[in-house]
Design a protein around this ligand. Structure first.
Ligand code: ATP
Length: 454
């Protein structure tokens, strides 16, 4: 089947006629020029896949310089267009020079048809691959910008979050491995994205892997890839997450859930900075910035013999501890309004606001599920509300059976504040009754009320 188009430039009419006969059977379009003067305009007009360019035009000048000049002009228009040079005065030096300047190959006159065709076919394949690579690169850029889009993010104004932001800005620009720790739902994954976004790798991909979801048997294939036929389901060659993240960042979420055996395999790849696909023995170098997250205390896991110390030291060059929501109460209203804005838009209830009492309820709760729980609470309230103001009753907090979890999650001071608040409501601010109920003196109660701003 005839495929592609070729532009031949040669000042010898007999050469052009012979090539027309030969090439017509192989190429869909064959364009002939007897002088390079209209080469550039023809390129723009016909957009051929290959150029076969004679090196000598002016009678008596056989230095090949004209060919080199026109080669450079073609490259200015399209650096990826394969140019095969054609000369009757071949010498190795000129061939090397032309190749160095971007020619894809060199054919000597008088030519051998089979060899010429093979050279042109190879140049055409090169053109196809370059087009494919260009298309894939463009596609990847679009996908990267989609993937790397800064998520809806509300950073928070609390001092603790502002300090964290300052730390992240500093760390992001380096290639240091980062370990993000914190309870479930505190925003660890969003922070990993933020680090990538602020890093020098921002235009490349951030590849995320949930280590808790990767099974033992598929670990290597998922992370390091495989080659066709290496196991029953390996129908094609496939790159793993490490390769996909090459030049970008790799985010390993829930790293604390990785089994001891797999930790060793991960460590080997991180230390050697190359991976080997399953079924292959060729090492492939990878350049990744590693970001890990966990809600486990990995130092304790090391003590308990559940996590490798050497892996921990490799992944936690910088540790970022994301505080639970109850330790940044100033951010609760900010986040609540941020989610309210998001969900009222989504569910087309733009008039809906938070009542003062609802705000107090949100602020008073300890949010064991952190920002995720707050987000869900607001979404649910927005969906179910029929009014224009969200009331405390629109928020369903975790029931009492979760009290243990809540209590475990709050500090002694917070617990004390909650107990005093409860007693204040119960005894309608009767200080003596409250002091008796709490088993403390009135002056102590006063000083604590002052401390907690009650
Ligand atoms: N600062 C924030 N601004 C906006 N949304 C947030 C913020 N923090 C967390 N969220 C939202 O809360 C949810 C949980 O966040 P994320 O998945 O980043 O937390 P995580 O700490 O990685 O949780 P887990 O440990 O359970 O995987 C997500 O839907 C996220 O969009």
């Amino acid at each position: 089947m005839k495929k592609g188009s070729i532009l031949v430039v040669d000042d010898n009419k007999n050469v052009l006629s012979a090539l027309r006969i030969l090439l017509d059977s192989y190429f869909e379009h064959v364009y002939l020029l007897s002088s390079p003067n209209t080469l550039i305009s023809t390129l723009r007009e016909k957009n051929p896949d290959i150029v076969l360019l004679d090196m000598n035009y002016s009678a008596g000048i056989n230095s090949g310089n004209e060919g080199l000049y026109w080669l450079s002009e073609v490259k200015k228009i399209d650096a990826e267009l394969p140019v095969v040079l054609f000369t009757a005065y071949a010498d190795i030096e000129l061939a090397v020079k032309a190749l160095k300047e971007g020619a894809s190959d060199f054919v000597v006159k008088p030519w051998d048809n089979t060899k010429l065709l093979a050279t042109l076919q190879a140049a055409f394949s090169l053109r196809q691959s370059r087009k494919e690579v260009k298309k894939l690169r463009e596609k990847q850029n679009v996908l990267n910008s989609e993937l790397n889009k800064e998520e809806d993010f509300c950073w928070g104004e609390s001092k603790i979050m502002q300090n964290l932001l300052a730390l992240i800005k500093k760390v992001a620009k380096t290639d240091a491995n980062v370990l993000i720790t914190g309870e479930n739902g505190t925003g660890k994954e969003l922070i990993a994205k933020k680090i990538h976004h602020l890093s020098l790798r921002a235009s490349e991909t951030l590849v995320s892997v949930d280590m808790g979801a990767v099974t033992e048997s598929l670990f290597e294939s998922e992370l390091f890839g495989h080659i066709k036929g290496s196991f029953t389901d390996a129908k094609t060659d496939r790159a793993g997450k490490f390769e996909a993240a090459d030049n970008g960042s790799l985010f390993l979420d829930e790293i604390g859930n990785l089994s001891y055996t797999l930790q060793a395999k991960l460590l080997t790849a991180l230390q050697s900075r190359y991976i080997i696909r399953v079924g292959s023995n060729t090492p492939i170098p990878v350049d990744i910035r590693l970001i890990c997250a966990t809600n486990r205390n990995l130092f304790k896991a090391v003590q308990d013999g559940e996590f490798r110390e050497d892996l921990l030291y490799r992944i936690d060059t910088i540790q970022i501890e994301v505080p639970p929501l109850r330790e940044r109460r100033e951010d609760i209203v900010l986040l609540a309004n941020f989610f309210l804005d998001k969900f009222t838009k989504k569910y087309n209830k733009k008039e809906l606001k938070l009542s003062d009492k609802a705000i107090s309820k949100l602020e008073g709760y300890s949010w064991p599920g952190n920002v995720r729980e707050l987000q869900h609470a607001i979404e649910k309230a927005v969906i179910l509300s029929d009014g224009t103001e969200l009331q405390p009753t629109d928020f369903y907090m975790r029931p009492m059976e979760n009290k243990a979890a809540v209590i475990e999650a709050i500090t002694l001071e917070e617990m004390e504040k909650i107990l005093i608040e409860k007693a204040l409501n119960k005894y309608d601010k009767n200080i003596s009754a409250i002091a008796t109920e709490l088993g403390i003196t009135r002056p102590t109660l006063y000083s604590k009320m002052k401390k907690y701003g009650l």
